[in-house]
Design a protein around this ligand. Structure first.
Ligand code: FE2
Length: 288
């Protein structure tokens, strides 16, 4: 077994531990069964490591894909699917370590971005929800709180998509049903990539690039959101989002937003985007 193979299998085992901890922590439905499968998978990985035999690249990828299914299971079965009372929104835990996206996104950025920036949107949204839906709503400030809800609510929900849209184990290109749909709608996945990249670069000031599913037209589309809440299209479902606020890259890339956007493609979690597409595309309104 080569040095690389050995290191990679060890990484998979370590990553399995992190997923297992999350599963134990959240005690969702059927989680025990998933934990057992995950432990069997880790057991097989340890056997491979101890045998010290060379391992084919394809087999490594198969093992990785198998491992990713546990993460999917975790994100789908999370107990957090219950309705959340007004003012009780929470910061979601990152599905990987803070340094996991290096060298493309530094640990320092990820910590500040998740702990400070995203947390402030959660706090702002909770404040707005309490003001709007609480017992002592003051109508004099209604417009103010509605603006706050739009800004912090969009900020919170976009960042939540963003964290799960990324992974240190990116397949680097889309696959499955999403890939087929992209090729149908955009001509090729490369054309989508160029359009999305240009959209991200076109954002003036703070905002997002977004790939979305449109339940009304049955088509995919690309849009920029200014700040979090402006330039939005009603009735669409974002599938893949890229944060191009300065806080997302400045500490590492300074003014080179373009380099950040180009590098970001290395950490896209296509498994997650495909999964969001499969679930979102089940929603279709009459086409107009
Ligand atoms: Fe952000």
């Amino acid at each position: 077994m080569s040095h690389f193979e050995n290191g990679y299998v060890q990484q998979l085992i370590h990553w399995g531990d992190e997923v297992r901890n999350k599963l134990v922590e959240e005690r969702g439905i059927n989680q025990e069964q998933v934990i057992e499968q995950l432990e069997n998978w880790q057991h097989r990985l340890r056997n491979i490591l101890h045998s010290n035999q060379p391992i084919a690249y394809e087999q490594l990828m198969e093992l990785r894909n198998e491992g990713e299914q546990f993460l999917d299971e975790w994100s789908q079965n999370r107990s957090s699917k219950q309705p959340i009372a007004y003012g009780k929104r929470k910061l979601p835990p990152l599905p990987y370590a803070y340094n996991a996206l290096e060298p493309y996104i530094s640990e320092e950025i990820m910590r500040l971005h998740h702990n400070k920036h995203h947390q402030s949107y959660v706090d702002g949204l909770n404040k707005a929800e309490k003001a709007l839906y609480g017992k002592n709503t003051d109508d004099k400030y209604l417009k103010y709180w509605l603006r706050e809800q739009a800004f912090h609510g969009s900020g919170h929900q976009l960042h939540t998509i963003f964290w799960f849209n990324m992974t240190p184990r990116s397949s680097k290109q889309p696959h499955g049903e999403l890939r087929t749909k992209m090729e149908h709608d955009f001509g090729s996945w490369q054309r989508f990539k160029t359009l999305f990249t240009n959209t991200a670069n076109s954002v003036e000031g703070d905002g997002w690039a977004v790939l979305y599913w449109n339940p009304r037209s049955g088509m995919l589309g690309v849009q920029s959101f200014e700040k979090h809440q402006l330039f939005q299209i009603a009735d669409i479902i974002p599938l893949l989002v890229l944060d191009v606020w300065e806080h997302a890259y400045y500490l590492q890339y300074k003014t080179d937003k373009k380099a950040y956007i180009d590098n970001w493609w290395n950490v896209v979690n296509w498994q997650d985007v495909n999964d969001r597409y499969k679930r979102a595309s089940q929603l279709r309104w009459d086409g107009y």
